[in-house]
Design a protein around this ligand. Structure first.
Ligand code: ADP
Length: 715
């Protein structure tokens, strides 16, 4: 069959021709317009030299260029031919008569009002509207100048297309990971190698060591340690035990308190593997779990339990700088809440508030209104609280407190890791990070930290997600200080440094790569002056000051919580920074120390036992075969006996038990048949070890002997 004659083939050809034609027409239309627009841009840049328009900021055009009329309909009055010629001669459009811009009214450069005017170009007249440049502080001016250069961002390690789109709209160029990016946005923790190879103008969206608070088990360990150090300040999380290590403690607590417990896998997420119980005895002693007291009276809205997703941005760990986003999400359970009972404990739609769990429920409410739906904005929760006469500002200051304390629990590790990974990053901070704090609120409005997410979800399935997450990303990218680093200059400096190093001009290198602990640089003393190095102008202090100024002026919808805006809180949080002086950061709780001791003892015992066994095995060849293993078995039995405190009864099968009974019967019969008891009895009697009085005093003796029991206990 000849396909070319088929109807189908002809139709395809038709469609192809049709689309080709369409593309050609499109191109023609675009081709007609784009050189003209480019011409207008050129003309304006030319006109900067001759007219007051010089101050007009082209990048801040209030609207796109608008074609007012075509020359055929409204011919321009001045030198049309000359203009046309010029344009044709150079092949590029030119401003007519060098005049360029015709303002609609007199331009007042001190006013903020937009400037309007006309441009005649290539026989076309365009209306242009521009916003005049505002007077800015030198620092801001400098920052703007730097930000003019296009920064590059790599988002190939992120699954959220939104991040790329927003970056593009902010003027970032999207590049691959192999290129010289300014920002690398990744969903997962990058390896140490990547951190170490970063250039001084580069930033990444994770801090090395943040896992310390982003894994449930590590978070519990850190918060438990802080609770031991500061028992009054760190009641910010439900009582938590790490099983199996804390099995004994948890059981002890369960015996003395009638509570419901929530059990979670130590590194799980999205509500996977979570269940409730009030009987910890059902747990095996070797299960790896996080066990927490269940907050059984949470704050309810419309009868539903909910938790808060609070977005926190860390822009620096040394000095610690934290920002909380004013907007966030409240995630609701989808079945009305009832305090846990054995009957409802399995109802995850009632007790868990994870979106990933509740979206599966048919009751999940997709409502666009602020005051309904299974996912709501924090602003809606604030409104609800205000309506119910709760103190909203006090509540949020408590939430901020919980967030600060959680981050502080990992601060020594964060600081240490940062300086280890980025010893030469002196221009801008090498990292920033958006953390998603999951916070549960109880009926007294007390916030509890449940979990910290290092890569909070940026999926935008619902309108409320879009309304919260898009501005969050936008404000984050605006706040981070990438723009303050001059890529080209840093590259030049680095090349020079390498050259110098190769030429062994050590003195200069040492001076350049000197790293001053940043904490000492920014904390002012009481008089408000820097505590040290006041005289020597340190470039790092300068860049840090510049970064702080940048952050303060680009906060968007973020609020700064660390350093706290309330000066009286600075001293309060100061004491938590000193945790390293009180206890080693790697030191564990007293319970874990005990556990370690016990484990060490057991290890020693096992090693000892092994050594003995080996010794015995070696000696075995020298001794008689039959006696030696029995001795070894006996010793082994004794050792096990000594470890009785760690002993738990094993499983005895029925068959085993029957066998044991049979052996015992056989033994008793043998004793009876061979008249062993009588002979021992008469032997004892004959040797004078047993008298008639003994027989009356211990009437069971004969019976014991007959049954083969131990007679030492009987006498
Ligand atoms: P995951 O990482 O799997 O989401 P979470 O620790 O966030 O685990 O717990 C999941 C959900 O379980 C939370 O959103 C919350 O609703 C509920 N939950 C967790 N811990 C507690 C607790 N101690 N008391 C009451 N509810 C809790």
């Amino acid at each position: 069959m000849n396909l070319k004659n088929s109807k189908f083939y002809k139709r395809i050809q038709e469609l192809r021709n049709f689309s080709k034609e369409k593309i050609r027409k499109d191109r023609e239309q675009r081709g007609l317009r784009s050189p003209v627009i480019r011409g207008v841009e050129m003309a304006l840049s030319e006109s900067k030299c001759v007219a007051p328009v010089i101050e007009l900021e082209w990048s801040q055009l209030a609207g796109p260029l608008q074609e007012v009329c075509s020359p055929r309909r409204r011919p321009s009055p001045s030198k049309p031919k000359q203009s046309k010629k010029k344009s044709n001669a150079s092949g590029e459009p030119r401003l007519r008569g060098g005049q360029g811009f015709h303002p609609v009214k007199t331009i007042d450069l001190n006013s903020d009002a937009p400037v309007e005017g006309y441009i005649d170009l290539n026989n076309l007249r365009f209306r242009v509207a521009c916003t005049p440049r505002k007077e800015t502080s030198p620092l801001r001016d400098e920052a703007l100048r730097v930000s003019d250069s296009k920064s590059a961002i790599c988002v190939s390690n992120s699954r959220y297309a939104m991040i790329g789109r927003i970056s593009k709209s902010l003027g970032y160029k999207l590049v691959k990971e192999s290129k010289l990016w300014n920002i690398l946005w990744s969903d997962s923790f990058p390896g140490v190698e990547l951190f170490k190879n970063m250039k001084r103008f580069q930033q990444i969206n994770h801090f090395p060591g943040m896992i310390e608070i982003c894994r449930k088990d590590l978070l519990s360990r850190n918060l438990n340690r802080m609770l031991k150090l500061y028992p009054h300040d760190y009641k910010i999380f439900p009582k938590t035990w790490m099983l199996p290590a804390d099995y004994g403690d948890a059981m002890h607590y369960a015996q003395n308190h009638k509570r419901t417990f929530i059990l979670k896998p130590d590194s799980g997420a999205q509500g996977r593997g979570i269940w409730l119980t009030n009987d910890l005895k059902t747990l095996g002693p070797n299960e790896r779990l996080i066990c927490q007291t269940y907050i059984h009276r949470p704050l309810l809205i419309d009868g539903y339990k909910f938790d808060l997703r609070v977005y926190t941005l860390i822009t620096s760990v040394d000095p610690l700088r934290l920002y909380v986003y004013n907007e966030g999400l409240a995630r609701f359970a989808t079945n009305k809440y009832v305090e846990p009972t054995p009957g409802n404990a399995h109802d995850l739609y009632m007790h868990l508030t994870n979106y990933s769990v509740n979206k599966r429920n048919s009751q999940y409410d997709l409502c666009d209104n602020d005051d309904c739906g299974s996912k709501r904005k924090l602003s809606a929760i604030n409104n609800w609280m205000t309506r119910h006469n709760y103190d909203v500002s006090e509540f949020w200051s408590n939430v901020d407190d919980v967030i600060i304390k959680t981050v502080l629990s990992a601060w020594p590790v964060l600081k240490h890791n940062y300086h280890a990974c980025f010893p030469g990053h002196d221009t801008i901070q090498a990292c920033f990070e958006i953390l998603g704090f999951d916070i549960l609120v109880d009926w007294k409005l007390k916030p509890y930290i449940l979990e910290v997410n290092h890569s909070p979800s940026f999926h935008t399935n619902e309108q409320v997600d879009r309304e919260v997450k898009r501005p969050l990303i936008r404000d984050t990218l605006t706040l981070v200080s990438t723009v303050l680093a001059d890529k080209r200059q840093i590259m030049r400096e680095d090349r020079k440094r390498v050259k110098q190093r190769l030429l062994k001009s050590k003195g200069d290198i040492v001076q350049r790569s000197r790293v001053v602990p940043a904490a000492s640089k920014v904390l002012p003393n009481k008089e408000g002056s820097p505590t040290n190095k006041e005289q020597s102008p340190d470039p790092e202090v300068g860049s840090l000051a510049q970064q702080i100024a940048w952050e303060e002026s680009h906060m968007g919808n973020f609020r700064r919580i660390m350093p706290p805006p309330d000066a009286s809180r600075i001293n309060y949080y100061g004491k938590f920074f000193g945790q390293t002086n009180l206890v080693s950061i790697f030191q564990e709780t007293a319970a874990s120390k005990k556990r370690e001791d016990l484990a060490r003892k057991m290890r020693l015992q096992i090693e000892e036992k092994k050594a003995k066994q080996e010794q015995m095995l070696n000696a075995r060849s020298k001794r008689k075969r039959l006696i030696q293993p029995r001795l070894a078995r006996e010793k082994h039995r004794l050792t096990l006996f000594r470890l009785k405190e760690n002993w738990s009864p094993g499983y005895v099968s029925e068959a085993e038990e029957r066998l044991r009974n049979t052996w015992q019967q056989m033994r008793t019969e043998a004793i009876k048949n061979q008249k062993i008891t009588e002979s021992i009895y008469s032997l004892l009697f004959q040797n004078g070890h047993l008298s008639n009085t003994d027989i009356t005093t211990f009437p069971n003796l004969y019976h014991y002997l007959q049954c083969g029991f131990d007679i030492t206990g009987a006498t």
